[in-house]
Write a protein that binds this ligand. Structure first.
Ligand code: NAP
Length: 222
């Protein structure tokens, strides 16, 4: 079992944390307002959960999940994240993040931008393409019928193997979508983003098998 740090503990961070605790991992949560504001979430998650500063969560994690608005990337603790495997769940949205020229022009993916802020980390893009309520409800143990798959993108085979094992423990299979630059094929608005798991109006979601995720990635036009 691993210790998983979280920078950001909102909709998607707290959902991944809940699945991680259920799988037997330790989780260390953080947000922008300080650990005291996470007391209720920690109490709900139970004894495998604790809260810390962002620096503390980064230092504690064998794997660290960065799950914040893209506009918060400049505030991330690069020092303690050096040498870590970082899962990037983030999606760029100018209406929330403001305009970031490299992302508007698509000369960089948001994960490549993250790597510029965290030059010592190994970044793997994951969880960015699924609605947090679907992520919670579609988790199934390996071998169970209706297991869903998630795409991941990253440049390190070793980090992708660690993330695949972690995601597997949470209840999902993984499709390797290629290097970090290919994360654009799972970005906001692509065929694999949201749609395979059903409409947001159905909070339970719909299982998406390996073939469905591979086909959706292949249909991406960017
Ligand atoms: N919602 C989804 O279903 C979903 C699905 C896939 C991917 N995503 C992406 O994943 C990311 C997180 O989404 P979300 O829906 O979970 O957002 P959210 O509910 O708004 O939570 C954002 C979290 O980031 C924290 N945060 C903001 N600025 C920070 C900083 N400078 N340092 C540390 N923590 C900071 C917030 O802490 P405070 O509350 O203390 O400010 C909060 O815990 C976004 O990029 C989003 O596009 C979301």
């Amino acid at each position: 079992m691993a210790t998983v740090g979280f920078i950001g503990s909102g909709n998607i961070g707290s959902t991944v944390a809940r699945l991680a605790v259920e799988a037997g991992h330790q989780v260390v949560l953080s947000n922008s307002r300080g650990p005291g504001t996470l007391a209720d979430t920690v109490a709900e998650l139970g004894p495998r959960a604790s809260a810390a500063t962002s620096e503390g969560a980064a230092a504690a994690g064998d794997i660290v999940v960065v799950t914040v608005p893209v506009k918060a990337f400049p505030d991330l603790p690069a020092g303690p994240l050096a040498g870590k495997t970082v899962i990037d769940t983030c999606n760029y949205g100018p209406e929330r993040d403001g305009h970031i020229p490299e992302l508007d022009s698509e000369s960089l993916t948001s994960s490549e931008l993250l790597l510029r802020y965290l030059p010592g980390a190994t970044v793997v893009k994951a969880f960015n393409n699924i609605f947090f309520k679907h992520l919670l409800s579609l988790a199934r143990p390996a071998g169970a019928p209706g297991r869903s798959y998630l795409p991941i993108a990253g440049d390190s085979a070793q980090a992708k193997a660690a993330v695949t094992e972690f995601i597997g423990s949470l209840g999902y299979g993984v499709v390797d979508a290629g290097p970090l630059a290919d994360g654009r094929r799972q970005a906001t608005g692509t065929p694999v983003w949201g749609t395979p798991y059903g409409p947001y109006s159905d909070e339970k979601g719909r299982p998406a098998d390996e073939e469905a995720i591979r086909a959706a990635l292949a249909a991406a036009t960017r």
